[in-house]
Design a protein around this ligand. Structure first.
Ligand SMILES: Cc1cc2nc3c(=O)[nH]c(=O)nc-3n(C[C@H](O)[C@H](O)[C@H](O)COP(=O)(O)O)c2cc1C
Length: 371
């Protein structure tokens, strides 16, 4: 799965610093958001999370696991964190401090899971832009269950969701985080509004590309106003099929979104897509700001390809997920051409320290970046 042999030259573009909005990242290999399902049952991050993230502080920027903006925003998976209570915020503050102490930078990824929620996990009715279920199962406390047909959100509820994103972003920055990434990818609520397959509303939030992009744009605008646009990233996955998602004409949808947010000056656009696709070319041409690319989970992490994209200027930075999950000292390993640890899928969403904070660093290098 991971290219074990490539050694990044010490003058690699990916190893050069890059300004991303308000922060100066020491390199261009960011850590992609990774749900790890180890949070406490009230949505407070795990006591191990500070150590887990601090171990990976060599990343130019860490994007946290997806984090709920309110209690109702949860419910796709068990033991995922939130950032809507003082207790949760307190542990996020410990995480920020631990990452900063190692010289790292970190954004919290904010989500509402929309139709991907199961009431047995969330404790709430499942909501979405329209009453169209995802043809998927959730892993609930009583076993695998089909996702229900969601209830279409009322406009007054949509307005509240915008405010909940704003409040969650405020809490993240108050906790000492460097910023937030708005999760508008992978079939969760904002993506469901963007898609013409999951959004068949006939009001101001459905129909035209501009209307389908409205909620995501309003969230970005509200969060940018609250914490400053230079602390806001946005993740999109145009045409992506995660979460039983379909988009018939992604380019026109994302064109509407990007046109509307172009003038805000946000920190970055994070695109999860195959870089050889036509859609990526179109999206790239539509965005003059900073682009962070994640090539997607079905492809091998090919650092040679990623370096080529960075050198060519197609992307400002890349995000990699599983390679950081399994290699806390990924940057050192790439520089040395050392072998990479293989990620253990059986512990991706397990509980406890195994497969979380016990991936080994290279002997002799442990702690070398803490000095
Ligand atoms: C265990 C796991 C958890 C993930 N959790 C999230 C998440 O919380 N938010 C998100 O946007 N993407 C999530 N993803 C997708 C990753 O960010 C990334 O797009 C994917 O792993 C492909 O990149 P990679 O090949 O570098 O791992 C997750 C992927 C994995 C494997």
């Amino acid at each position: 799965m991971i290219d074990q042999t490539y050694r990044l030259p010490s003058d690699a573009k990916l190893l050069t610093p890059v300004r991303v909005g308000a922060i100066e990242a020491t390199n261009r290999i960011f850590m992609a958001p990774l749900t790890r399902s180890r949070a406490q049952s009230d949505g407070t991050p795990s006591d191990l999370a500070a150590e887990y993230y601090a171990q990976r502080a060599c990343a130019g920027l860490i994007v946290s696991e997806a984090t709920a903006i309110c209690e109702q925003a949860n419910g796709a998976y068990m033991f995922t964190p939130g950032i809507y209570t003082d207790r949760q915020q307190g542990v996020w503050a410990e995480i920020a401090e631990a990452v900063h102490a190692r010289g790292g930078k970190m954004f919290v990824q904010l989500w509402h899971v929309g139709r991907m929620a199961h009431p047995e996990i969330s404790g709430f009715e499942t909501v979405a832009p329209s009453a169209i279920a995802a043809d998927m199962v959730a892993h609930t406390p009583s076993g695998k269950q089909a996702l229900p047909v969601p209830r279409a959100l009322r406009v007054d509820e949509i307005t509240s969701i915008v405010e909940q994103f704003r409040c969650a972003a405020r809490r993240a920055v108050d906790a000492g985080m460097d910023g937030v990434e708005i999760h508008a990818a992978n079939g969760y609520l904002l993506h469901e509004f963007l898609s013409d397959a999951t959004n068949v509303r006939t009001d101001a939030y459905g129909g035209t590309p501009e209307n389908r992009a409205r909620l995501t744009a309003e969230v970005i605008e509200a969060v940018a106003e609250e914490i400053g646009p230079d602390r806001v990233g946005v993740r999109i996955s145009p045409g992506g099929t995660a979460g039983d998602m379909r988009e018939n004409d992604p380019v026109s949808t994302y064109e509407a979104l990007l046109n509307r947010i172009a003038g805000l000056g946000i920190a970055y656009l994070h695109v999860l897509i195959d870089p050889s696709s036509q859609t990526f070319g179109a999206i790239r041409a539509l965005w003059s700001g900073t682009v962070v690319l994640n090539t997607g989970r079905d492809r091998d992490t090919d650092f040679r390809e990623l370096e080529g994209l960075a050198e060519w200027g197609a992307v400002s930075a890349v995000a990699v997920g599983r390679a950081y999950l399994a290699n806390p000292d990924l940057i050192d390993r790439l520089l040395l051409g050392a072998g990479l640890n293989e990620p253990d899928e059986s512990t991706f969403y397990a509980s406890g320290p195994a497969g979380y904070i016990d991936y080994p660093a290279l002997a002799g290098l442990e702690g070398s970046r803490t000095a």
